[in-house]
Design a binder for this molecule. Structure first.
Ligand SMILES: *Cc1c(COP(=O)(O)O)cnc(C)c1O
Length: 454
């Protein structure tokens, strides 16, 4: 029989638990610190922003966290998601490598983001919260949260980074369709937004600015809390459904990965894919190489410093020890809007320091070259973010063609690019260009990172 193209799971095989990698690490990650006292933040410091159900997950030492049945019920609208074997791409590349991709574009919002949006909305609703605020870069997270809030009867207010608000107007339409209110960020609605506009009236915005606006709005109202789509431990935890399913799916075809590659903005889809495989690796059951790919224009892992910094521009979040380019660094408006974040998940940053995975940065034109090949062979139009992982997978498969190795490569195609036609138009008409690494802007931003003794 021909080797399968789609490896599917039954609904009954939907994971019952999320996997927490922290108890399996040789040492725990450094704690977030209070910006005033520089002491570790406690649950009560986070309570104005997040419901207790999520705060407890943020700090849990449990290896497995049960997924509430109400969350699994919503997950079943699209999960388990398919794992594809990229036969056409392999043939086109004439490679002996076996390329698998876990496709998260089948969710209602078109990316992996609903995997965490749904439990976040669930825990907020369960604790009587009425409304959530958030930021969104490419619009993927905002639409995921809008969808999730509609499922649990919550209001939703989204600050969308200006660059993508103008590039991708239909993402905002989708959010409004699900009942959310959407603002271009920086906006006149918050002190943080007004401060940026006063200095840079044409600011393209950044995730750091939009986070400040959403946090400020949440703090201003008792019934409102804030939701973050990446970076935090509980977000990475929720995303492990991706890797748990992929592990089962690869086992069905008797393969184990030699290389796991993912794109990283704040790190959640990559972590969600590889944490369950890392558990197997640490237990000695497999030995994949693990590679993160980030944009050359915003390379927090490969060029950032590992130190305490704020998660937002205005300095309203706790200080988190992470790879950072400086909290007020504004990346060039590259098309992979979801990867334009100045920092990296503190948990992933810690794993990187421990040497548990590698990282590299790739320019966007090279990523779009790979996306074109992928779309013309596999059919699916990838979001600009996962093209970073596809570019690395293609390069590795080409290397296998030279060496004759039949490596098993696993990646997450974490979203489709149906709302990214402006980016593809720019690419097809030769207008897409690479941005030089903005060494000076990063150095200026790094000079404003607070000094913390640790
Ligand atoms: C948000 C997003 C990303 C970046 O976020 P991570 O937390 O690094 O996964 C990447 N790809 C897509 C499709 C996204 O929506």
């Amino acid at each position: 029989m021909a080797e399968p193209t789609k490896i599917l799971l039954d609904e009954s095989e939907l994971p019952t638990h999320w996997y927490n990698v922290i108890p399996d690490l040789p040492e725990p990650p450094p704690p977030p610190l209070h910006p005033g006292t520089h002491q570790p933040v406690g649950p009560e410091d986070l309570a104005p922003l997040f419901p207790m159900g999520l705060i407890l997950q943020e700090v849990t030492g449990e290896r497995y966290v049960e997924i509430p049945e109400a969350v699994r019920e919503v997950y079943r609208l699209w999960r388990p998601s398919p794992l594809y074997r990229a036969h056409n791409l392999e043939r086109h590349l004439d490679t002996p490598a076996r390329i698998y991709f876990k496709y998260e574009g089948v969710s209602p919002a078109g990316s992996h983001k609903p995997n965490t949006a749904v439990p976040q909305a669930y825990y907020n609703a369960a604790e009587g919260v009425e409304r959530l605020t958030t930021e969104t870069g490419a619009g993927q997270w905002g639409s995921a949260l809008a969808f999730a809030c509609a499922q649990f009867g919550l209001g939703c207010e989204v600050w969308q980074v200006a660059a993508s608000f103008t590039q991708k107007p239909y993402r905002a339409s989708m959010m409004r369709l699900w009942g959310a209110t959407v603002h271009s960020s920086p906006s006149e609605l918050t002190a943080a937004g007004r401060a940026v506009l006063a200095e840079h009236p044409d600011s393209p915005g950044s995730l750091g600015i939009a986070i400040s606006e959403a946090v400020e709005a949440a703090l201003a109202d008792e019934q409102t809390k804030y939701a973050l789509g990446s970076v935090l431990n509980h977000v990475l935890l929720h995303q492990t459904v991706i890797g748990e399913e992929a592990l089962l799916q690869l086992a069905k075809v008797g393969d184990t990965p030699d290389l796991i590659v993912g794109c990283t903005g704040g790190g959640s889809n990559f972590a969600g894919l590889f944490f369950p495989f890392l558990r197997e690796k640490l237990a000695g059951r497999m030995a994949p190489s693990i590679l993160a790919v980030e944009p050359a224009a915003c390379p927090s892992l490969t060029k950032g410093e590992y130190r305490y910094d704020f998660g937002d521009v205005a300095g309203m979040t706790p200080l988190m020890k992470m790879h950072t380019l400086g909290h007020d660094f504004i990346p060039d408006p590259i098309h992979a809007g979801g990867l334009r974040y100045h920092g990296m998940s503190p948990l992933l940053s810690h794993l990187y320091e421990l040497g548990l995975f590698e990282a590299e940065a790739i320019d966007q034109t090279q990523c779009f070259d790979a996306a074109l090949t992928f779309a013309r062979t596999q059919g699916i139009v990838p979001a600009p973010e996962p093209t970073h992982a596809i570019a690395a997978a293609v390069r590795e498969a080409e290397r296998c063609r030279e060496t004759g190795e039949s490596k098993v490569i696993l990646t997450a195609l974490c979203g489709h690019g149906h709302f990214d036609m402006a980016a593809y138009d720019a690419y097809l008409s030769g207008q897409l260009r690479d941005h030089d690494y903005p060494a000076e802007a990063v150095a200026e931003a790094m000079a404003r990172v607070p000094v913390v003794e640790d």
